[in-house]
Design a protein around this ligand. Structure first.
Ligand SMILES: Nc1nc2c(ncn2[C@@H]2O[C@H](COP(=O)(O)OP(=O)(O)OP(=O)(O)O)[C@@H](O)[C@H]2O)c(=O)[nH]1
Ligand SMILES: [Mg+2]
Length: 460
């Protein structure tokens, strides 16, 4: 059991209708009692769990009234953290919230670290680690679809899938150990049956990994970089996609110097779109930094939108960029389609980048862009559309644990095929079990745990 009582402002800093100060720990009720005068003179420790009382927050030192508030009590173990929790709903002004927070500190609470409420919920066994991480994902979901998947994870659906796989591994392990300990009674293990079960578990994990690649995009957003030589209409494209004049557009080449990033919701798929400086050889120091940055972004992109000016002949600058591109993650946009001459460029592009998908657009006239979402979805998801209610893995941490489990299973399966000693096989199967346990937090190192909760904000 954790001893000290923590406190934090749980609502965003700034002005709002309501602000919440949250206390958790064994002294929560006692601290709240010292600073709360309820209208009907009830003491905080007399308030039943999940009940609200109206009253004043008062400085017990000089009797100063800070605010009129609603106070709620949730007792251990039936609270989010599993500890005694008090929430003070005050008015949402920064000064009021700060004063009430400071009072809870003076009365013996300690300032909560980022994610500490959720960390306590995990340490007290209220939720597992995958569910704790889902709390952040719900808060940070960028689209409806991403939210649906995160809520599913919060319900524990991923953990359930993992638990089922672990259970199957344990039963294999139990048979192996029995065959070691009681060879007369149990006999040898059935190698082909064991191999079949392990292959089947491995297959399930494989499909979770494949789905997870897409799940990760759903959570983190698809980094989409707009690339091209100067003046082809990259910034015009960004503006058309975000539907506002976000980037400066002029007829002068070299207008955009720095990378400009915006997030849009493309049919449920969060896209982090980055407009970049036009790539060309340049003597201008500032522009050169922008060009280098664009090249770096190109290398890190999940998806590349290569823009060419279809109304003029392609130049050496276009060809240099084209050489850096990969057909699997690039869509070529033949821009300025509202102007003449575009057939030449189109033919040229078809010859230079034969297997690349392309689309004729006019960023200026906002024409042809309606087909872009379909192309992008196709590139990213293929036929595997993610449904909201799917239990898919969305975090790199989970993906790497799944990959680790697959490696152990491969070792075990190879071992079986080579007729290795059974006690050697059990080591690999235990390794696979442990790797899966990292996802739910059963088998995780303290330092990893701390890094995970650092992702949270204070008060969560
Ligand atoms: N006719 C026509 N003009 C366009 C189109 N898209 C962009 N332009 C014009 O092309 C010029 C350059 O557009 P920008 O969007 O600034 O081009 P950019 O690629 O961002 O240029 P840099 O930032 O310099 O690399 C501007 O004068 C735009 O109005 C289009 O679809 N049709
Ligand atoms: Mg630009």
């Amino acid at each position: 059991m954790i001893e000290d009582t923590i406190t934090a402002i749980a609502t965003p800093i700034g002005t709002g209708g309501i602000g919440i100060i949250r206390l958790s720990g064994s002294n929560s009720l006692a601290i709240a009692d010292k600073m709360f005068n309820s209208w009907n003179e009830v003491k905080v420790h007399e308030i039943p769990s999940f009940n609200l009382r109206l009253g004043y927050v008062i400085d017990p030192g000089d009797g100063e009234v800070f605010d009129e508030v609603l106070l709620s009590v949730m007792r251990a173990p039936k609270s989010f953290t599993g500890e005694d929790v008090v929430e003070i709903n005050c008015h949402g002004g920064p000064i009021v919230m700060e004063k009430i927070l400071r009072l809870t500190l003076e009365l013996g609470a300690r300032m909560a670290e980022a994610g500490e409420f959720t960390k306590r919920a995990f340490l007290n066994g209220r939720i597992d680690l995958a569910q704790a991480e889902a709390v952040i994902d719900v808060i940070e979901a960028k689209t409806d679809l991403a939210l649906g998947v995160a809520v599913n994870q919060l319900h524990g659906n991923i953990s359930e899938r993992i638990g089922y796989l672990q259970k199957r591994l344990v039963s294999v392990l139990a048979q192996m150990e029995a065959s070691i300990d009681f060879p007369e009674d149990v006999g040898e293990i059935d190698c082909s049956e064991t191999r079949r079960i392990l292959l089947n578990i491995k297959e399930t994990i494989h499909s979770m990994i494949a789905e997870g690649q897409r799940g990760k995009i759903l959570r983190e957003g698809l980094t989409t970089v707009i690339i091209g030589k100067p003046n082809v209409g990259k910034s015009s494209l960004l503006n058309a996609l975000v539907k506002e004049n976000r980037a400066i557009v002029t007829e002068f080449p070299g207008t955009t110097r720095d990378a400009i990033e915006e997030v849009i919701n493309l049919d449920g798929l969060p896209l982090r779109i980055v407009d970049t400086a036009g790539i060309r050889e340049t003597g201008d120091v500032v522009e050169k930094i922008g060009v280098d940055r664009a090249k770096k972004l190109l290398a890190e992109a999940d998806l590349v939108l290569f823009v060419v000016d279809a109304a003029t002949m392609l130049t050496e600058d276009d060809k240099l960029i084209a050489r850096e591109l990969n057909k699997d993650n690039t869509i070529v946009l033949l821009n300025k389609h509202d102007l003449k001459n575009i057939e030449m460029t189109e033919r040229f592009i078809n010859e230079t980048l034969p297997e690349f998908q392309s689309l004729k657009i006019s960023a200026k006239e906002k024409w042809g862009l309606d087909k872009l979402p379909i192309l992008i979805r196709d590139k990213v998801f293929g036929n595997n559309i993610v449904a909201k209610d799917r239990n898919i893995v969305t975090r790199s941490r989970h993906l790497s644990a799944l990959n680790k489990a697959v490696n152990y299973l491969n070792e075990a399966i190879n071992g079986l095929e080579n007729g290795n000693m059974v006690d050697l096989l059990t080591i690999d199967i235990r390794g696979a079990w442990d790797s899966l346990g990292e996802i739910t937090g059963e088998t995780i190192a303290e330092d990893v745990l701390n890094t995970i909760f650092k992702e949270f904000c204070i008060g969560k």
